[in-house]
Design a protein around this ligand. Structure first.
Ligand SMILES: Nc1ncnc2c1ncn2[C@@H]1O[C@H](COP(=O)(O)OP(=O)(O)O)[C@@H](O)[C@H]1O
Ligand SMILES: [Mg+2]
Length: 244
C-alpha cells in the first residue's frame, strides 16, 4: 500500500535520505523510529508529496507520486490522514471547524460534516469542546483534536509524526489506543513515527529503523527485534517511558 524504492534526498548538498526502500502492506502499521534528524519526518512529507525525492520512487497503492502534478497530488492527499509533529491546528477556527476542515474542503454538506465531527469528538472523549478554540486546550486535548481531524474523512492511509511528543504517559497511552482504534475502524494503512517505543511496539506489525538517512532495517516486528540495532533502539526507548 505504501512503498519507497531507492529514495534519495539532499538539501544544500547534504544527503539526508540515502537509498531508502521499504513497503507497508495494506492495513499494516509500521513504527518508524530513529534518532532526531534521521529523516523520519522527511519520509512522511515525501509520502504526501510535500517534498519530492531527488532519486527513487514513491507509491501510495497503485499511484506513483513522482509523475503527478500539484493538482493531482491534492487529490492523493485526500486519501491521507496526516498528524503533523507540531499541532498545526488553525488558531482562528473552532475545534469543530478544525476537525471538519478536510470535509469542508471536499464540499460535503454541512449536516454531514456536523455529524461526523461530533462522532469523532465523542471517539476522542472530548464530546463538548466543538465550540472552543485551540488556544483554550491542553497539549493532550490538541493532539486528540488533531487525531480527529486527520481521520474525519476516513482516510485509507494514516501518517502520524510523533503523535505523543511532550505528553504524559496516561495521555500517551490513550492516544496510541485511539490511533489503533481509528486505524482498525477504517482498515487503514499506517506509519507512526514515535520515540515511545514501549507504547509503539504493541500496536505495530512492522518496524523500520532509520539512522542518519540510511535504513538500518525494515520488517515484521518479530524479525526487527532480532536485529541487534533495532532491539537496542527499542529497548533504550522503553526505559525513559517506564522511569517517568
Ligand atoms: N526542507 C528542508 N530543508 C533543509 N533541510 C531539511 C529540510 N527538511 C529536512 N531537512 C533536514 O533533513 C534531516 C532530517 O530531518 P527530519 O526528517 O526532520 O528528521 P527527524 O524527523 O528524523 O528528526 C535534518 O538534518 C534536517 O535538517
Ligand atoms: Mg521529525
Amino acid at each position: 500500500m505504501i512503498r519507497l524504492e531507492g529514495v534519495c534526498k539532499s538539501f544544500d548538498g547534504v544527503e539526508v535520505l540515502r537509498d531508502v526502500s521499504f513497503a507497508v502492506p495494506a492495513r499494516g502499521t509500521l513504527g518508524l523510529v530513529g534518532a532526531g534528524g534521521a529523516g523520519k519526518s522527511l519520509i512522511l512529507k515525501l509520502l504526501c508529496g510535500l517534498v519530492r525525492p531527488d532519486r527513487g520512487r514513491v507509491w501510495l497503492g497503485e499511484t506513483e507520486l513522482g509523475p503527478l502534478s500539484e493538482r493531482e497530488l491534492m487529490g492523493v492527499r485526500g486519501r491521507i490522514g496526516m498528524i503533523f509533529q507540531n499541532y498545526a491546528l488553525f488558531d482562528y477556527l473552532t475545534v469543530a471547524d478544525n476537525i471538519g476542515f478536510p470535509l469542508a474542503r471536499m464540499q460535503r454538506p454541512a449536516a454531514e460534516i456536523a455529524a461526523r465531527v461530533q462522532t469523532r469528538l465523542d471517539q476522542v472523549h472530548l464530546p463538548d469542546i466543538g465550540p472552543r478554540y485551540p488556544r483554550e486546550l491542553s497539549g493532550g486535548m490538541k493532539k486528540r483534536v488533531c487525531l480527529a481531524r486527520a481521520t474525519v474523512h476516513d482516510p485509507p492511509i494514516m501518517l502520524c509524526d510523533d503523535p505523543t511528543a511532550g505528553l504524559d504517559p496516561v495521555t500517551t497511552n490513550r492516544i496510541f489506543r485511539l490511533l489503533k482504534d481509528l486505524q482498525a475502524q477504517n482498515d487503514a494503512t499506517a506509519i507512526i513515527v514515535s520515540h515511545e517505543t514501549a507504547y509503539l511496539r504493541p500496536i505495530c506489525d512492522a518496524i523500520a529503523l532509520l539512522d542518519r538517512g540510511r535504513l538500518v532495517f525494515a520488517g515484521p516486528t518479530e524479525a526487527a527485534l532480532q536485529h541487534p540495532e533495532v532491539r537496542a533502539f527499542m529497548e533504550a526507548g522503553v526505559r525513559p517511558a517506564q522511569a517517568r
